[in-house]
Design a protein around this ligand. Structure first.
Ligand SMILES: [Zn+2]
Length: 50
């Protein structure tokens, strides 16, 4: 189970669509925070750079 980094609430998987493809993301049921794979990768890169 995924936990929200902001409020530690429960997150559920949702499929989003943009113009070229669909992708799975996590959405917090409490605060509405959305995390997708791209964001996670970017955050990791940021951490490594620092
Ligand atoms: Zn949340």
């Amino acid at each position: 189970m995924m936990k929200c980094p902001k409020c530690k609430g429960r997150m559920h998987a949702e499929t989003y669509y943009n113009f070229v493809r669909s992708y799975d993301a996590w959405k917090c049921t409490s605060c509405g925070e959305v995390i997708d794979q791209t964001i996670l990768v970017n955050r990791e890169r940021t951490h490594r750079d620092v």
